[in-house]
Write a protein that binds this ligand. Structure first.
Ligand code: 0O2
Length: 212
């Protein structure tokens, strides 16, 4: 494929990323109004770089005429949440959506990667209405906490910079840092739970007082 072919090939993916970003950002603002709390903190999206698509196709032995089905994250959406529980809530709402079809899910939170990487991935099929007709594209939705995102962003940039030359001790320290990020998430969840319990206790007490 030459440059023009790639630009045309990537158009529906660009459209899918833009539309999905708007939809999840809208979900956040809508839930803030309806329930005064949204499980989404912020949303980003990107279309995979051509060099990354080619590299992944090579690594996975995907022929060029099969990249549409063989590379599932050409369109990528990332949803950042405050708490681990929020990830489950967002995943549930994605499963219930009628504007996309869930293909499969990868739970890298329970089964974190050897690198220490944690995130919840959902591969979906998303229909776009292009200028020349209807087309279904695959997209990868990554759902993670702010702590998971902090770790993944830094690990990704270090890996990108140092490639295979990342020293073993750095890899080991990154794994430890991922563990620390996970403990931070657990601690934040338990602090949140204590606040919720305290608020519930307060509501119960004030109901008893108002009924006497
Ligand atoms: P970029 O730069 O985001 O475009 P698998 O075969 O299951 O190991 P596969 O098929 O590559 O993995 O897909 P996976 O793991 O579901 O998703 C790949 C994407 O997840 C990556 O995209 C990253 O965004 C993220 N990811 C997966 N593992 C790691 C990791 O160890 N560290 C970090 N920082 N991110 C990870 P790409 O392809 O890296 O590219």
């Amino acid at each position: 494929m030459d440059g023009r072919d790639w630009s045309v090939f990537l158009l529906p993916y660009e459209q899918a990323v833009e539309e999905l970003k708007v939809k999840f950002k809208t979900m956040r603002s809508e839930l803030k109004v309806r329930e005064s709390y949204a499980p989404i903190e912020f949303v980003t999206g990107r279309v995979k770089r051509i060099s990354s698509i080619l590299e992944k196709a090579k690594n996975l032995n995907v022929p060029m005429d099969r990249i549409e089905v063989g590379i599932e994250d050409i369109a990528g959406i990332r949803i950042m949440c405050q708490f681990v529980d929020d990830i489950r809530r967002v995943a549930e709402s994605i499963r219930a959506r009628k504007d996309l079809l869930l293909v499969y899910e990868k739970d890298y939170i329970t089964n974190y990667k050897p690198s220490g990487y944690r995130s919840y991935h959902m591969i979906v099929e998303y229909p776009v209405q292009t200028a020349i007709g209807f087309k279904k594209v695959l997209a990868e939705i990554q759902i993670r906490t702010l702590a998971m995102n902090f770790w993944a962003t830094i690990e990704h940039s270090l890996n990108y910079k140092y490639k295979e030359s990342l020293p073993d001790d750095v890899r080991a320290r990154l794994r430890k840092a991922a563990e620390a990020a996970s403990q931070l998430d657990d601690e934040m969840s338990s602090i949140r739970q204590e606040i919720l319990d305290a608020q519930r206790g307060f509501e119960v007490r004030s109901n008893v007082v108002s009924s006497v």
